[in-house]
Design a protein around this ligand. Structure first.
Ligand SMILES: *Cc1c(COP(=O)(O)O)cnc(C)c1O
Length: 227
């Protein structure tokens, strides 16, 4: 199993490299976040042994157990799942990044609860780019105000936005929705925010996301297998 995680990681890196090359981008401009939700600490150790350092988790309690069990490794942990108010303290105390901010109240709690002994929490705002009605994420119209408010909070640094579009029917359709993500990030930058992160693209749509400027792809299945 460890061999296959290493092989899978090598294949994902090759896909990222090919997508970067096709887009005329440097491979170093795209970070790989390994999404380890539902997988155990052993799988994370295997990925780390193969050179992976950044991991994404959706379920807070599961993640904190894993983070604690893996404290001996120099890993970077990203929260990419929905956050209820009663879980903000765990997130503030254990994670390095949060991609899934979609309400000011949650951002305020994370800011207040971030321990002074830790560096500022690195955060992205999750945007509902394709208007799925039941989905998390702020609607594009509400993004500028939320971004300005989050950027003003202490103990956290706003880095950019995160999107999770519905699976697209074609590469062209995937690119069209990822383009919305890029344009939203660019409009925030034009409003004076210093942002550098477009968290966009998963196992099935890494290439179109990279073609549209993703700087961080979040990949689970292609590294660890089917959940
Ligand atoms: C599960 C998940 C991923 C990874 O999805 P795969 O299709 O397994 O690569 C990425 N981002 C978020 C927010 C997720 O919940």
């Amino acid at each position: 199993m460890n061999v296959s995680i290493a092989d899978n990681l090598a294949q994902v890196h090759a896909q990222i490299q090919a997508a970067c090359q096709a887009a005329g981008r440097a491979e170093s401009s795209v970070r790989l976040l390994a999404v380890s939700k539902t997988w155990g600490a052993d799988a994370v150790r295997a990925a780390h042994a193969a050179g992976q350092t950044a991991f994404g988790e959706n379920y807070i309690q599961e993640a904190v157990d894993k983070i604690t069990a893996l404290h001996d490794l120099p890993l970077e942990w990203h929260c990419i799942g929905p956050i209820q108010s009663n879980k903000t303290r765990m997130v503030a105390e254990h994670f390095d990044w949060v991609h899934s901010i979609d309400r000011l109240k949650i951002a305020q709690r994370l800011s207040e609860q971030r321990p002074a002994s830790l560096p500022p929490l690195q955060v992205c705002i999750q945007v509902n780019v394709d208007g799925g009605e039941t989905k998390s994420g702020v609607i594009p119209q509400d993004l500028p105000a939320l971004a300005q408010a989050v950027a003003a909070l202490p103990n956290m640094q706003l880095r950019g936005i995160m999107t999770i579009p519905e699976p697209a029917e074609s590469e062209a359709a995937a690119r069209a929705v990822h383009r919305q993500g890029r344009l939203l990030l660019e409009s925030l930058i034009a409003q004076g925010l210093a942002l550098d992160t477009l968290s966009m693209g998963m196992s099935a749509d890494m290439a179109p996301a990279i073609a549209e400027g993703s700087t961080m792809v979040r990949v689970g299945t292609a590294i660890f297998g089917r959940r």
